[in-house]
Design a protein around this ligand. Structure first.
Ligand code: SF4
Length: 280
């Protein structure tokens, strides 16, 4: 009879002493895929309400909000876009705006001059090349100024229902912690993850992983002691394992705080984010 196995680590426990054997058994590809899919299922239980954390009402708004979210938080973008979309509701309106007026509105998101050039440039391209409608194909979206694959997948997945994997900083960190990949390059990570999960899961998987990275599995101090998937995680112990201390590290609805969206979906269990200027 073989010893007990820790499914996350592929290590053998001695049947007599119960102690961990010195040489861990490497996890097979099949075992990793099973473990990865189980993580996805358990994250679905932990975050049944996972969603994009940018406020938007149509594909154009989501595209603009995603471009503005570079180097800042979704909260800051959500606090900024209501004034922008009220003044410039269509690509035509934004393409014809005074750049200084746009810069003034989006200033809180940082890099506001470059972002103004991008959002006005992509609005002009949508007006001139795509009849005023945001295109629903990857190859068209990536021709727009300031739009890379990550932005394009966010728009495709959430405004057009096209499955896509969003490899942002949280996704990269967690995929590596969970040993789904050892790549550093987002395009290579995306390609590897695509072989682990069925296409129908890609968009929601991305939301769940990003939710978990923002709330529990932080870059510097993951809240391991308050994590629902410790039994599946090879990186358990990289962060705070004391349950009491770990609970204090939780963010957004898991920590009893407001979320990032001013208008969250109806099933969101947390509080909406405050408007710009309100006490946060
Ligand atoms: S156990 Fe720790 S490192 Fe692993 S997913 Fe949970 S918080 Fe992240």
């Amino acid at each position: 009879m073989s010893g007990k196995q820790n499914s996350a680590l592929g290590e053998q426990l001695s049947p007599t002493s119960g102690k961990r054997n010195k040489t861990p058994k490497p996890e097979s590809r099949l075992a990793m895929v099973r473990r990865a899919r189980r993580i996805n299922r358990e994250l679905a239980d932990a975050y049944p309400y996972a969603h994009p954390e940018l406020d938007f009402e149509n594909a154009f708004q989501l595209l603009i909000a995603t471009v503005l979210s570079a180097q800042t938080t979704d909260l800051r973008v959500n606090q900024t876009t209501p004034a922008l979309f009220a003044k410039y509701p269509t690509p035509e309106d934004l393409a014809a705006a005074e750049p200084e007026a746009v810069e003034e509105i989006i200033r809180p998101t940082g890099f506001f001059r470059a972002k103004t050039r991008s959002i006005m440039g992509l609005s002009a391209a949508i007006r001139d090349d795509f009849g005023g409608e945001v295109p629903g194909r990857l190859k068209d979206l990536v021709t727009l100024p300031g739009v890379g694959r990550k932005t394009a997948f966010v728009v495709l997945g959430n405004a057009f229902g096209v499955p896509g994997i969003t490899v942002d900083t949280h996704f990269m960190r967690l995929a590596r912690r969970w040993k789904w990949t050892d790549q550093d390059d987002p395009v290579k990570i995306e390609a590897e993850i695509a072989t682990i999960f069925p296409k129908s899961e890609w968009t929601m998987l991305s939301h769940r992983v990003i939710f978990h990275g923002r709330r529990i599995c932080h870059a510097r101090r993951p809240a391991c002691g308050a994590c629902p998937i410790t039994h599946l995680c090879p990186a358990y112990g990289e962060g705070e394992t004391d349950p009491e201390k770990a609970r204090k590290l939780l963010k957004y609805e898991k920590g009893g705080q407001p979320g990032q969206r001013l208008k969250p979906p109806p099933d969101y269990p947390g509080k909406p984010a405050p408007a710009l200027g309100a006490i946060e």
